[in-house]
Ligand binder design. Sequence first.
Ligand code: SF4
Ligand code: ZN
Ligand code: ZN
Length: 303
Amino acid sequence: MAKCSFCSGKAIYSKDRTSFCKKHFNRFFIKKVEKVLHMSKLFNKKVLIAVSGGKDSSAVAFALKKLNENLASSRKNRLELFHINLGISEFSEDCLASVKELSKLLNLKLHVVSLVDITQKSLEEIAKNRLQPICGICGTIKRYLFNKFAFENGFDFIATGHNLDDEALLIFNALISRNITNLVENRVFKPSIPEKKLVGRVKPLYFLQEEETLLYANINEIPYSKKDCKYSKKKRVIKNREILSELEKKVPIKKALVVLPIKLSSYMKDQKKEEDYKKCKLCSYPTIKRDICRFCELIRVEK
Ligand code: SF4
Ligand code: ZN
Ligand code: ZN
């Protein structure tokens, strides 16, 4: 059995010829999250953590709460949880039960909104007869509702559970489709633009791999739903995910990919400039180069 490189305790994880026991793995994990906090100056802020009920966003909430405990009171963030009940039968019920448990464990206020209550339509109804995959529509809706709720309730940042694997895949897809905007924009965090009703975004797990988040969630007994959404297999990105995993076996491509936008954005200005954001004519929330935002287009315009 491998031993921890720092204390000779029993190792539970090895990476780059370094082994970690539970205590030192937790320290490694928190340091990576802390790095994002420093990059985004996420101190003394009101932060809304978007919790889906899955392991990643639950791990974000747990790690941010842990970090808060060691911060001076003037630097502590005010953390609250936000969950959207998507109404996808048992999956959503299980997710809701997990976020309630998480909120209780961490003693953090939980806000829950229901997609059906807001739109009078289920996700399936909204996605019906549309060419865009249901996950893309789901993503648009979630981003819109996170931002609207955070803006209306005075939050400075929305923290999401995107991990290094998610980000590496997005950047890989951007490379393949030559989407330069996605390659050069800062993916770790985005500051708020209050005059555009746009709340800042931060991804505390940006430098952590999926397997590391899973391990962190399990060893700390963080409540999360083990159920898969019935649509997760239909994600178009599956093929590219497999190609990326094969490449990763040969070279550390994921790590190289996630630092790419950070390096590039220091040479080039963000492509999505403030003036690119317009006000949606129906809801007044931001939209990029459109008169009506994607959410309103999905929910209100087309019957
Ligand atoms: Fe939404 Fe797709 Fe995730 Fe299901 S798998 S919750 S439809 S993004
Ligand atoms: Zn150790
Ligand atoms: Zn709108």
